[in-house]
Write a protein that binds this ligand. Structure first.
Ligand SMILES: C[S@@+](CC[C@H](N)C(=O)[O-])C[C@H]1O[C@@H](n2cnc3c(N)ncnc32)[C@H](O)[C@@H]1O
Length: 209
């Protein structure tokens, strides 16, 4: 049976944000190879294609939240988007993302805190691979809604297992009940194909609140 790479495990076992940043510091250079080639990571292209179906202009302002090394940004850029900002907690992952040359702006921020980004700043927000074990909890949806303009879209993945353990669905439903956002689609899809791991792929439309 395939062994999960150890560097990957450390990101799931982090107990503090400092531990997590250290795990990504060690992993950043090998992240693309390990995820895409070894684990069969297909989250970025699936989510980028989902979001693309909702956006009516390639000059939309898009925030890639938890951008990592920029896999999502690369797909969005290949679809023609030319205003993509990258946000991540890890300076090392942001450094890898910068090398891809697909982002307008790089923002170092902790999604578990309030973001230093004005309200309604983006036409769309995409967040792939970041709602998972030991990373970002469901309360962060509120900030993604705040920085995305009414009528804009938020597309994100939630890893299976973490989805159940961290009660993401409860927060999603609370925000639906508060008319903060409206569900467009929610699918269970392949995520890490070589590990037989799926994720929820969700798209919401932001409401005026
Ligand atoms: C599994 S990677 C996904 C990266 C990229 N979106 C992708 O699909 O390849 C998760 C990313 O979330 C970032 N992250 C974890 N916790 C975070 C937090 N609290 N705030 C912002 N980014 C965070 C990590 O630094 C890492 O780059």
């Amino acid at each position: 049976m395939r062994q999960t790479p150890k560097l990957w495990e450390a990101t799931y076992e982090a107990e503090t944000s400092e531990d997590l940043a250290e795990a990504y510091r060690k992993w950043c250079a090998l992240y693309d190879r390990d995820t895409v080639k070894v684990m069969g990571y297909v989250g970025p292209q699936t989510a980028a294609a989902m979001l693309d179906a909702y956006l009516d202009s390639k000059s939309c302002r898009v925030l890639d939240a938890g951008c990592g090394t920029g896999l999502v940004g690369e797909f969005l850029r290949s679809f023609g988007y030319n205003h993509i900002d990258a946000m991540d907690y890890s300076p090392d992952m942001l450094g890898e993302a910068e090398k891809k040359g697909v982002y307008n702006r790089l923002i170092q921020a902790d999604m578990n805190d309030k973001l230093n980004i004005p309200d309604d700043c983006y036409d769309a927000t995409i967040c792939v691979g970041t709602f998972t074990y030991a990373h970002v909890g469901p309360h962060a949806f509120e900030e993604l809604v705040r920085v995305t303009r009414p009528g804009g879209y938020i597309c994100f993945t939630i890893r299976d297992g973490a989805y159940q353990d961290y009660n993401y669905r409860e927060k999603m439903l609370d925000l639906e009940a508060e008319e903060q956002w409206e569900l467009q689609e929610l699918w269970e899809k392949d995520y890490l194909t070589n590990e037989n791991v799926t994720a929820k792929f969700c798209t919401y439309k932001v409401l005026a609140g």
